[in-house]
Design a protein around this ligand. Structure first.
Ligand SMILES: [Zn+2]
Length: 404
């Protein structure tokens, strides 16, 4: 199981008693899922120029020592492949990246993605910091490489955690790995209400009734927060007796969104609980990927529900018939070409002198995998990154589930 750590704002005890009123503390300006979606759309539509576009993903978990060498070595190797103006543009783009890294990283960020291009018609620079980790991975290409952004979106997504102890219930949102408290409710104290005339049995029954009413209020609150936030995934955590009772009390619509239930001690640190839910979510997401992959294989067998291979996936995306794009995790580049005049993309190597469709000489070599991911980004078509699934590898490592 992957061990992940998650930052959370240091917050002091803030009691919150009134159901229906939200207490919202945002994890400090790390990129959220909604922002990521918007930025992917922006990046997927960046016009190409002759200047090299640098896509730089770095892992911040080990601090500067963890990424500096990777960045330097990769930059050196990429630079040696460029000539003339491209070399100067590349240096300027990398300069912007190192300048940003030297002073702009926020505490709690585990991964950073930087998109940089220097061009005499206007520079482009877009940095994003995440509470979830990214690999050290740097590429230069005419347009942004979105694969790791799309993979991050798929793997970490966002979900709600209800954390229950005997004393309080907290509802958190975990958004791309960053936790935000949405509600914090203390269980009303009973002791002072118990007068001398109450027997122990009477007290116990009263306590049980209060607890179950309290948990009922919490599931109502949970439901309204999930509906309001458009949430589709839930994890329960805490005292097993309480989470068991909560699970039984969940409305059907919420129960259908339950991903996992995690045992956590009352005195466990919230960061540790969130990290445990994150591991559970990532594991669940891997399982989901395998299910999507199985649906894909079934779709290939039932003609017309799925297509395999780069060429067929490109067609499906261009015709806006793709529902989900499946990609094996470590896919090699798929050499192809694109016509700048009519936009057609073909999987063939080497590229012809003129476009086979329109006859014009605006043909450029491309990596079809990058183009696929870019098209998916333009259409907000989700990508499912699949690990170790032989049937998909046998079909070229990429496929599309089609819309009905
Ligand atoms: Zn053409």
């Amino acid at each position: 199981m992957k061990r992940l750590t998650t930052p959370i704002n240091s917050i002091d005890w803030i009691p919150w008693h009134q159901p229906g009123v939200g207490l919202e503390l945002r994890a400090e300006s790390l990129t959220t899922l909604d922002e990521l979606r918007r930025q992917i759309a922006v990046l997927a539509c960046v016009d190409e120029t002759e200047a090299p576009f640098v896509s730089c993903y770095l892992n911040l978990e080990q601090g500067e020592a963890g990424y500096r060498k990777a960045l330097e070595n990769r930059a050196l190797a990429m630079r040696s492949t460029l000539e003339g103006n491209a070399k100067a543009d590349f240096d300027a783009a990398i300069g912007q990246i190192t300048h940003y890294l030297s002073g702009m990283l926020r505490p709690g960020a585990k991964g950073v993605a930087l998109f940089s291009r220097h061009y005499r018609g206007g520079a482009f620079f877009l940095p994003m910091q995440f509470a979830a980790p990214l690999p050290n991975w740097i590429a230069v290409y005419p347009s942004p490489n979105l694969f790791h952004l799309m993979a991050l979106k798929d793997t970490y997504h966002r979900y709600v955690v209800l954390l229950a102890t005997q004393a309080w219930v907290r509802i958190l949102e975990v958004n791309l790995g960053a936790a935000t408290i949405k509600a914090w409710t203390e269980q009303p104290e009973l002791r002072e209400r118990v007068g001398r005339e109450w027997t122990k049995a009477h007290y116990e029954s009263h306590r049980r009734e209060r607890t179950s009413r309290f948990l009922g209020e919490q599931t109502d609150l949970l439901e309204s927060l999930m509906v309001a936030g458009g949430h589709t995934h839930l994890i329960l955590a805490g005292d097993p007796a309480l989470t068991g009772e909560i699970r039984r009390a969940l409305p059907k619509s919420v129960a259908a969104k339950l991903v996992d239930t995690i045992r956590a001690a009352s005195r466990a640190r919230q960061d540790d609980v969130v990290a445990a839910t994150l591991s559970a979510f990532v594991e669940w997401e891997e399982h989901e990927s395998q299910e999507v992959a199985a649906r894909f294989v079934q779709g290939i067998r039932t003609q017309g529900r799925a297509v395999a291979g780069a060429a067929a996936c490109l067609d499906a995306l261009r015709q806006r018939r793709a529902d989900i794009l499946l990609l094996a995790r470590d896919l090699p580049p798929e050499p192809g070409w694109r016509c700048g005049a009519c936009g057609v993309i073909r999987i063939a190597h080497p590229a012809p002198a003129a476009c086979t469709e329109c006859g014009r000489k605006s043909v450029q070599p491309v990596d079809a995998t990058v183009e696929l991911v870019r098209l998916a980004g333009q259409q907000d078509c989700p990508i499912e990154v699949v690990d170790q699934f032989d049937p998909l590898m046998a079909l070229g490592g990429m496929g599309c589930l089609l819309r009905y």
